[in-house]
Design a protein around this ligand. Structure first.
Ligand code: NAD
Length: 328
């Protein structure tokens, strides 16, 4: 099968690429796992560490806002598209026009290119819990009331996926993700990025500012569980998903103070003490608008499990990204 990942140089795109290259997990029309014969990683930038040695991988650099580029990328051979390219929350808030161009118009380009193939490929869209707003606890039926441009763009994207699916143009699916923690590498422009930074940087010996109050709570999910959930939603039976193709992924929801307590227990006080207070009103306002608790029955029914604990998330990060050691 041919698979295209937009945002293929990004954090989740790269992780999913490595996973689906490692073993056949994506199922075909007969429900059996199929080999990936071609994997196109599309992004505005070349991947820092692409799995490009693999002969099945093709790296394409371009702008998702360019419709012709998308038409040549998503062709009559394409079975599945994972649409991850995005201007993340902080970026879309700072640059209104860029956010709408990439997150809305770019997403429409993906759906149109998939539609033009005439073969109803699967399109798996990465949405966000930022589609909610003002509710402390959310479930599958909570109204979408986004309080940021990013959340609004994701909510519109979800509706487009539903409508293109209803028309039979694509076989769409949307996964609404909590904040992904611990994000490897450097911080990005996501308002939620601090939730990774306050764990990742101290474990690597660096001091880091925490922009929100200790009482702030984040719904979080590890990159490993997110990649697993993308495979599950790709493989889900479309008919059983029904008209609404969006599935809310559950997460765990520690307070920031609890995150630092767990870090201290796992790595020691000296590591946790590398986090200092650095209030940021914009980040606090965005984070205050997000949900604290999720109760996604659809995700549970599809076998998508959140992480067991924050300890597990930290341990997985240390083992997978830091070769099993941290700076004590
Ligand atoms: N990481 C999270 O906490 C989180 C939470 C909820 C939803 N999501 C969504 O999941 C998806 C993947 O997230 P991520 O953390 O891997 O993000 P990321 O920022 O690491 O990757 C996004 C990629 O999109 C690319 N991109 C941006 N503009 C582009 C353009 N004009 N043309 C082509 N590519 C472009 C970027 O270069 C980047 O590599 C995104 O859609 C994001 O909104 C992420």
């Amino acid at each position: 099968m041919k698979v295209v990942i937009t945002g293929g140089a990004g954090m989740l795109g790269r992780r999913l690429a490595l996973r689906i290259l490692a073993k056949p997990e994506l199922t075909g029309p007969d429900g059996a796992p199929q080999d990936v014969s071609k994997l196109v990683l599309f992004d505005a930038f070349d991947p820092v560490e692409a799995p490009s040695e693999d002969p099945r991988v093709e790296v394409v650099t371009g702008d998702i806002c360019n419709r012709e580029t998308l038409d040549s990328l998503i062709d009559g051979e394409t079975d599945a598209v994972f649409h991850f390219a995005a201007i993340v929350s902080g970026g879309a808030e700072v640059n209104f026009d860029l956010g709408y161009a990439v997150n809305l118009d770019g997403g429409r380009n993906v759906l149109e290119a998939a539609r033009r193939t005439g073969r109803c490929p699967k399109v798996v869209f990465a949405s966000s819990l930022a589609v909610y707003g003002g509710e402390r606890s959310v479930d599958d039926s909570t109204a979408l009331t986004p309080q940021t441009s990013y959340g609004t763009q994701k909510a519109i994207g979800e509706l487009l996926v539903n409508d293109y699916t209803r028309k039979g143009f694509v076989d769409g699916r949307t996964l609404r993700l909590p904040t992904i923690v611990i994000r490897p590498g450097k911080p990005n422009a996501a308002a939620s990025g601090f939730a990774s930074s306050i764990l990742r940087e101290p474990l690597q010996g660096d001091e880091v500012g925490n922009p929100v109050t200790p009482e702030s709570r984040m719904l979080i999910l590890s990159p490993k569980r997110a990649a697993q959930a993308f495979i599950e939603i790709h493989n889900a039976d479309g008919a059983s998903l029904g008209i609404n193709r969006a599935v809310m992924m559950n997460g765990i929801s520690p307070k920031v103070s609890e995150m630092l307590d767990v870090l201290s227990r796992y790595a020691g006080d000296a590591v946790a003490d590398r986090v200092y207070s650095k209030p940021d009103a914009m980040v606090q306002e965005i984070v205050d608008g997000w949900a604290w608790y999720s109760d996604g029955a659809r995700a549970r029914a599809l076998g998508m499990e959140p992480d067991a604990s924050l300890e597990e998330i930290i341990e997985t990060f240390v083992n997978e990204e830091l070769d099993g050691t941290f700076v004590s």
